[in-house]
Design a protein around this ligand. Structure first.
Ligand code: PMP
Length: 437
């Protein structure tokens, strides 16, 4: 019999470090901004689940869409067959996508979207007779999911170290987080755009004719909310263009309103060639991912004879009817409630609230963009991540779900949060900072 104390039944203990090896906190229901814990307490969701429940929990429109679709058409093969809901969804997604991104490929998760994007990049170059372009470039502290391509281009040592050489032909650029210059910066930092020039160094080393794509999270989320300096993404775009390298944005976290714009591409005014999404596409309530791709790239790798699929890649559940219906209802909710741009309106309030924690104990940096925030704590010597983890435990006891990554507290509430609830969330954090060792 498996009980909540049987660690092998849960995901977290497999992936997290030692101090997380304990019974998970149990959540039994949710509504809008709150969870209810198994001991009957109301817990404010300060993280939108895992950065995904952007419209808040158990929204009736989304729930009903799932129920109705499950009763109407539960499954249709994603290969040689289709159903209208997936096409409707693709069109609605293209409507809100950055200009030029007019094809959508469905997956079931962020990790799958990442793999799909990397394969698309290789397929594109091969279809154009540039099959030597196979090298992929990621970044230090980048997170791109847990599959082999994603951990290869990713830059998190704990995800990589067990798996030997991973994909060959991968290089990493440095991350852009410069604490010595940008601490307590409000919004986008000023320093570090020149770090994009590292791509030129890699081109010099390997020659552009070997490089397929660069993949970056516009704002690195899972490694602690690392915001690119002003001009960095523009510079990266220009170098990619100069050398015929595709630029992939991993917008699994930043997509669907998190920064106060539909996508980070809109926020920074830089359009990638391929855009990877998941999480918020279906409000996180049902597995779904979507990879957006520019027409010319799509057309290059899909140009086989009519009865053949040139880019042979897909999943049994790609564009699953129930997931598609959930995603359509999610997009309607975002539209009806203006959620894709609500973060823009709330961002100044959010920024002030976060930065009011500046003088609290242990705080060594605060970062914010859109409706994302990070509070970085001074690690306890010899016990990395312990202090932030204590904060997480105490916050949960007080009634707030926050997230930690190393000694960084990350916040990303549902986009429906009110100003009063922002104050409440930040006050929880303030109180726990005063309680930890
Ligand atoms: N890319 C990024 C930027 C992510 O933040 C995540 C998940 N946190 C992923 C990819 C992987 O998504 P999933 O867990 O849905 O596979």
């Amino acid at each position: 019999k498996v009980t909540p104390n049987d660690l092998s039944a849960f995901w977290m203990p497999f992936t997290a470090n030692r101090q997380f090896k304990q019974a998970p906190r149990m959540l039994v229901s949710a509504k809008d901004m709150h969870y209810t814990s198994s001991d009957g307490r109301k817990i404010m969701d300060g993280t939108a689940g895992l950065w995904c429940v952007n419209a808040g929990h158990c929204r009736p429109k989304i729930t009903e869409a799932i129920q109705n679709q499950a009763a109407e058409l539960d499954y249709a093969p994603a290969f040689q067959m289709g159903h209208p809901i997936a096409f409707e969804l693709a069109n609605r997604l293209v409507d809100i996508a950055p200009k030029g991104m007019d094809h959508v490929f469905f997956t079931n998760s962020g990790s799958e979207s990442v793999e799909t994007s990397l394969k698309m990049a290789l397929a594109y170059h091969r279809a154009r007779g540039e099959g030597s372009r196979t090298r992929l470039i990621g970044r230090e502290r980048g997170y791109h999911g847990v599959n082999f391509g994603g951990i290869s281009v990713g830059g998190i040592v704990s995800n990589r170290k067990m798996f030997g050489t991973l994909l060959s032909g991968v290089d990493h650029m440095p991350h852009t987080h410069l604490p010595e210059k940008n601490t307590f910066t409000r919004g986008v930092p000023e320093h570090g755009a020149e770090l994009a020039d590292e791509l030129e160094r890699i081109v010099t080393l390997h020659d552009a004719s070997t490089i397929a794509a660069v993949i970056v999270e516009p704002v690195a989320g899972s490694t602690g909310v690392l915001i690119p300096p002003k001009g960095y993404l523009q510079r990266l775009r220009a170098i990619c263009d100069k050398h015929g390298i595709l630029l992939i944005f991993d917008e699994v976290i930043t997509g669907f309103g998190r920064l106060g714009t539909p996508f980070a591409a809109d926020y920074f005014g830089v359009i990638p060639d391929i855009m990877v999404t998941a999480k918020g596409v279906s409000n996180g309530v049902i597995p779904m991912g979507a990879v957006f791709v520019k027409k010319e790239i799509h057309d290059a790798f899909m140009n086989g004879p009519e009865h053949m699929i040139e880019f042979f890649h897909g999943y049994t559940y790609s564009g699953n009817p129930i997931a598609s219906a959930a995603a359509l209802a999610t997009l309607e909710t975002y539209k009806d409630e203006g959620l894709l741009t609500r973060g823009e309106e709330l961002a100044p309030y959010w920024e002030d609230a976060l930065h009011s924690l500046k003088d609290e104990p242990h705080v060594i940096d605060i970062r914010n963009i859109g409706l994302v925030g990070a509070i970085e704590l001074e690690p306890i010597a010899g016990a990395p991540a312990k202090r932030a983890f204590q904060a997480f435990v105490k916050a949960f006891e007080r009634g707030a779900l926050i997230r930690t990554t190393g000694d960084i507290i990350a916040l990303s509430p549902p986009l429906i949060i009110s100003r009063g609830q922002i104050d409440e969330l930040i006050d929880h954090v303030r109180e726990v900072l005063r309680m930890v060792d």
